[in-house]
Design a protein around this ligand. Structure first.
Ligand code: 5AD
Ligand code: SF4
Length: 441
């Protein structure tokens, strides 16, 4: 058995947190920790938290409560809280849960090794700065502790947000918009590809607002995508999350001309009512969003559109909600995430009158039923089509492999393909959550 100290990380929230957890594990790996899948045998437990909605934030406190017994049994166990709840409520966490040893925000986790030294001495460590230095430059260079990695990886290219939607905590927890220099992203991408990665999803809270320094001035996201397109061995490129106002002409065009850029776009609209969009401070209208979708579909007719919706935003009336439903009917979504509005302290919308909870719940159900119907119909229409599949893991059945299609549908195939193989598959069946297919060659 290894005598290395064991680290258990639980990740909540968005893909950016998944990426951060991986990088924190690497930072602590350099410090002698290896990851474990269960909290019971851990020497260090780290919760990487999400603050986007009230429920997500509450989970942290209930999860910490559950670790109380473990800490009583193992007094040497260290407990840390990272991510956006740490950023927003760091001191309160320390006060409410004295068993927490360490609190680290999303912009300071490169300092984890020195914070751990403090913790080892029995002190508490709290760091929620927005530092001058680039944390990525202070993290271990080599990505991935395993010799061969998953064939698909996240790569953060942009962080923070300057849009200040009236409901959203991101500009406060993640800070102002910052883009990483292009060269450093390309270096990280090449490094991932050398480790077996064939698909990279570029991440950012506002990824299409990317404007990182390049060798010849600032680069747009499209320019970055074209540079990644030149990396041999990298087969697929995706990006998320985008804002409608930053869908530039070069990015729309890339969807039609860059073969490695996959036909999937997550483009949240939040509401279909201009009154609500204005109150949300979204600075686009339902009509401008619809025209944008039209242009994107002209560039790439088979693109699958995904979205985010908030129902029950303060003062949303029946007509506003019906406007959202008609926008959904017009767009025809292949995927969507929908939420009941959740009041976030410190955001402008927190001051406004709430919609009755039962009304909001009923709207959410109706919206989700419509989305599910569209999602299923699009999935069913894949039957008989030929698609590319990147195999990611073994399926539950003997001899079965599971991968993702170009349109990000999960597909089960009975075949002898290996993890990391990219193969042509004919879709033969459509189930509630995934497709089935057979190899063409
Ligand atoms: N309440 C409900 N949903 C929210 N989102 C962001 N803030 C809130 C909030 N206060 C949703 C938005 C965003 C997604 C990541 O989370 O739809 O696009
Ligand atoms: Fe939040 Fe996205 Fe709006 Fe930025 S653009 S404030 S991250 S919802």
């Amino acid at each position: 058995m290894s005598d290395k100290k064991k680290l258990f990380i639980r990740t909540y929230g968005c893909q950016m947190n998944v990426y951060d957890s991986e990088r924190m594990a690497e930072a602590l790996g350099a410090d002698g920790y290896e990851q474990t899948d269960t909290p019971d045998d851990a020497d260090m437990i780290l919760l990487n938290t999400c603050h986007i909605r009230e429920k997500a934030a509450e989970k942290v406190y209930s999860e910490l409560g559950r670790f109380k017994g473990l800490k009583a049994e193992k007094p040497d166990l260290k407990i840390g809280v990272a991510g956006c709840v740490a950023q927003a409520e760091g001191e309160e966490i320390m006060r409410r849960q004295p068993m927490v040893d360490l609190v680290v925000g999303p912009q300071t986790y490169h300092r984890l090794p020195s914070m751990m030294e403090q913790v080892a001495k029995g002190e508490k460590a709290l760091d929620t700065d927005f530092p001058e230095e680039d944390k990525f430059e202070h993290l271990p260079k080599l990505r991935g502790t395993k010799a061969k990695r998953n064939p698909t990886a996240f790569l953060t290219v942009q962080e923070g947000c300057d849009k200040f939607c009236a409901f959203c905590v991101v500009p406060y927890t993640r800070g102002a918009e910052v883009s990483r220099p292009a060269e450093r992203i390309l270096r990280e991408a090449r490094d991932l590809v050398e480790r077996g990665v064939r698909e990279i999803t570029l991440l950012g809270q506002n990824v299409n607002a990317y404007h990182g320094a390049g060798p010849d001035g600032d680069w747009s996201l499209a320019k970055l995508i074209w540079a990644l397109d030149g990396i041999d061995g990298l087969e697929r490129i995706r990006f998320t999350t985008s804002h409608p106002n930053d869908m530039t002409d070069d990015l729309i065009e890339a969807h039609g001309t860059c073969a490695k850029l996959m036909p999937y776009l997550h483009l949240p609209v939040q509401s279909g009512s201009d009154k609500i969009l204005k109150r949300m401070n979204r600075s686009h209208t339902a009509e401008s969003y619809l025209r944008l979708i039209e242009r994107i579909r002209e560039a790439r007719p088979d693109i699958l559109i995904s979205g985010d919706f908030i129902v029950g935003f303060p003062e949303e009336d029946d007509q506003d909600f019906e406007d959202t439903m008609s926008l959904i009917r017009e767009v025809n979504y292949g995927q969507a995430f929908s939420f009941k509005y959740s009041t976030r302290p410190g955001t402008p919308a927190a001051e406004r009158a709430l919609v009755d909870d039962a009304v909001a719940t009923e709207r959410l159900y109706r919206l989700q039923a419509l989305i599910t119907e569209q999602q299923r119909a699009i999935q069913n229409s894949m039957v008989g089509q030929e698609v590319g599949i990147l195999f990611e893991k073994k399926g539950r059945l003997e001899g079965q492999m599971v991968g993702k299609s170009d349109h990000l549908h999960a597909v089960h195939v009975q075949c002898d393909a290996a993890v990391g193989d990219l193969r042509r598959v004919r879709i033969t069946d459509s189930g509630p959550n995934s497709l089935a297919g057979e190899l063409i060659d």
